[in-house]
Design a protein around this ligand. Sequence first.
Ligand code: SDX
Length: 421
Amino acid sequence: MCDFVDIDINGSTYQLPVVNGIYSNNKAINISKLVENTGFITFDPGFKNTGITKSSISFIDGEKGKLLYRGYPIEQIIEKCSFIETCYLILNGDIPNSKQLEFFSQKIKKFNFLHPKFYEIINQIPNFYHPMGFLSFLTHIMTAFTKSNLIEGNDIYIDLLSKFPLLVALIYRKKIGIPPILSDTNIYYTSNLLKMFFSVSNKLYHHNPIIEDALDKLLILHADHEQNCSTTTVRLLGSAHVGLFSSISSGINALWGKRHGGANQAVIEMLEIMLQNGSNINKWINKAKNKKDPFRLMGFGHRIYKNFDPRAVIAKKVAEKLIDKLGIHDPILELAKKLEETALQDSYFQEKKLYPNIDFYSGIIYQSIGIPKEMFTVMFALGRLPGWIAHWREMKKNNDPIGRPRQIYIGYKKRNIDKSN
Ligand code: SDX
């Protein structure tokens, strides 16, 4: 590990300090004094080469296809933890013992209700409003119903973690035109979510442990992922001292984009079109490779992973096990596996190191559970919530400066207004 690097500019040498992470392949050149010392800014559209903060929540080794939450490999967490234990881990830094878990779960249950006004408001909104817009809106109006004493204390995090699944279920039931039902605080978080989704008031609800296990694992896989677009959005708003709910409401909008979390809905829509058009896989692969064609293979490629996305590897196994146990024959899963196989043998995808990402298989799981496509990215947001909260809190604790990048100006030089003609 080196402590400095030298850069030569117009005959002068400048020493820039190096910032070293825990792993030797995670290091940065500290350019915080670059403008002051050299008059240069850096230029890095999309922040592909830029670290914006120091964080201890998750770590991705893109070359090796590894993901750690607070140091634990995702493969171990998925086998040994529930989503609620993972929320505790992401928020508090370690896996809870039984006493801590019980206390955490009880606190979540304590906040597990919505102000009656939410039900009035939800009736005013047209049901053709996309669920992601709906979720951002309802998250934002939580600012109106949360007591100010919560705003400063730890309970604001628990309040949001507890109420979010209620908002998600409310949106789902509005979307399919059935009345909301109240939360059942006597059962586990994910069981309660499924019950609030699928129970019909006049029928006894049958809990399916196979479905609950699959969904709980999928929520774990989404819990955090370093400085992805939506998490950086949450941090950026927090750096301007915007409140937690408003920051996360904006993160939800960033996640909605098809290049980001909206890809899980786009993958299924892409596979359905392929199925309707006779699944000529090579035709679609060639379209995706054609620079002149805007078509991209949704669910493929990643800014950081230049190897398999470990979450996609796990999600594929979860999808296969779920579909097998539910006895579903799903042509979409068969097509997805064929598409993955064909793409991974193609030199274009090999040279560009384009592998399936988390969104490639997650939609197949949601669809097998009976969740409609428009709700897929809402489910991604539900999983990502602990990560967003942890990053917002870390940014506050680090007292990060307000995020305000620079630019290279290529517009008009200074000129005068001339209205004579
Ligand atoms: C998520 O950041 C995160 O961690 C995000 C996420 C999380 O957990 O928060 O992991 C969740 O957002 C996963 C990504 C979901 N999005 C998609 O599946 C949409 C399809 N993928 C692409 O849009 C793209 O791969 C991105 C957006 C994911 C990554 O884009 P980059 O890093 O900006 O890379 P790029 O667009 O510059 O692509 C590099 C090259 C280009 O070719 P050249 O210009 O170099 O010739 O690879 C090509 C691209 O055209 N390419 C693809 C492709 N993805 C990249 N070609 C065909 N199909 C694709 N899917």
